[in-house]
Design a protein around this ligand. Structure first.
Ligand code: DSN
Length: 418
């Protein structure tokens, strides 16, 4: 045990016990929430380092506090590595979270009341993509597009018609719960026709773009891409705004001083580390395997006639329609799987008649399981357990047996960093 943890154990046993409990939970269970992951050991070490102590308002070479020789170095490395990995002209690595990074784009490039086109929340968009309950939904005029029933495709003719009618300043694609890829060329054409900027919120699949397993919007001439750094990228919690040189100054001013004060330099250092990892063959193989695993898990459900939103997956996630397939709402399904140490999250499905806390489905993803080294055959085993649990949700003996099997299975797959 490190000296710092031993000090914690002695001085705050309650927090120490919770930390150890969480380590056991992560080790003895299978994490299928598609936005979660196991970060690299080097990232864990850096987050608890002396960079936590430092204030660094401003940007490298232009700070408002002294003592910046090392923080300038790590932020410069993080920015340069981000530009290399994502093939873009400018990177701001200071946003504290995914919501902040998206807000920085809207507030830095648009005026309140301007129109933004984005995906509807129940069809897979994020809260910051204009959900009426979010501040962004109140400040800007969001025109929301939806997906087609069945294959869940986006009707680009309809998006174009709506864009011509509403004249958005920004056309935004990207999602938080949509199992398909994006036709960037189609979005770019539509945006060009109405003179709008193009932005992808790649929070979920940023790591898969970095690893070359999914398309990069900058290859299609996009102006902006945002991504969180802790999902498929496997870094610390945080966000980045990546953009063209022409938008760089407005974006930087919007992040600081527009929206935030001091950046979290321990996270900035950890982002730099993550972006070095993202350039390795190991990471490219990881990104590829995430997609293969998602396909294998989806196939296991499809073979059992379970309904999946859009009928399958092209990325790292799947959305299972539990109400129609098992007679369990998303909350019930999530709770049953929690009992056997398989973690998922309840999820609204397109045009869900039910409220978000009792929606009609659950969402699953493979980034975390893949980080532990699980492969397609392991996904088939996982799928078989999930099917058994959801079909026999009242059978406590069976759930107890499966919980034991899951714990034993987990012993074969060490958690990075624990
Ligand atoms: N909370 C993230 C997710 O689970 O997709 C998005 O903000």
């Amino acid at each position: 045990m490190s000296d710092n943890l031993e000090t914690l154990r002695q001085n705050d046993p309650a927090i120490y016990a919770a930390l150890k409990g969480e380590e056991d939970r992560q080790r003895e269970g299978i994490e299928l929430i598609p936005s979660e992951n196991y970060t690299f050991p080097e990232v864990l070490a850096t987050l608890g380092s002396v960079f936590t102590n430092k204030y660094s308002e401003g940007y490298p070479g232009r700070r408002y506090y002294g003592g910046q020789e090392y923080t300038d170095e790590i932020e410069t490395l993080a920015r340069e590595r981000a530009k290399l990995v994502f093939k873009c002209e400018h990177a701001n690595v200071q946003p504290l979270s995914g919501s902040a990074m998206n807000q920085a784009v809207y507030l830095g490039l648009l005026e309140p009341g301007d129109t933004i086109m984005a995906m509807d929340l129940s069809h897979g968009g994020h809260l910051t993509h204009g959900a009426p309950v979010s501040h962004m939904g109140k400040l800007f005029n969001f025109v929301r597009y939806v997906t087609n029933p069945g294959d869940g495709s986006i009707d680009y003719d309809k998006v174009r018609k709506d864009a011509l009618a509403s004249k958005p300043k920004l056309v935004l694609c990207g999602y938080t719960s949509y199992p398909r890829d994006i036709d960037y060329a189609a979005f770019k054409d539509i945006a060009d026709e109405v003179g709008a900027l193009t932005m992808t919120d790649a929070s979920h699949f940023g790591g898969l773009v970095a690893g070359g397993a999914m398309k990069n919007p900058f290859d299609f001439g996009f102006d902006l891409m945002t991504t969180t750094t802790h999902k498929s990228l496997r870094g610390p919690r945080g966000g980045m705004v990546l953009c063209t040189k022409s938008l760089a100054s407005k974006i930087d001013k919007s992040v600081f001083p527009g929206l935030q004060g001091g950046p979290h330099m321990n996270a900035v250092a950890a982002i730099a580390i993550t972006l070095l990892k993202a350039q390795t063959d190991d990471f490219r193989n990881y990104a590829r395997q995430v997609l293969l695993n998602a396909k294998a898990l989806a196939q296991t459900f499809l073979e059992a006639d379970v309904s999946l939103v859009t009928g399958g997956t092209d990325n790292h996630m799947l959305v299972v329609e539990t109400s129609s397939s098992f007679g369990l709402d998303g909350r019930q399904a999530e709770e049953v799987l929690d009992e056997v140490n398989i973690t998922t999250n309840k999820q609204i499905i397109p045009d869900d008649p039910n409220p978000p806390l009792r929606p009609s489905g659950i969402r699953m993803g493979t980034p975390a399981a893949t980080a532990r080294g699980m492969l397609e055959e392991d996904m088939r085993q996982l799928g078989a357990w999930i099917l058994k649990c959801l079909k026999n949700s009242q059978d406590k003996n069976l759930l107890g047996e499966i919980r034991g099997e899951v714990k034993k299975f987990c012993e074969r797959f060490p958690v990075p960093g624990i």
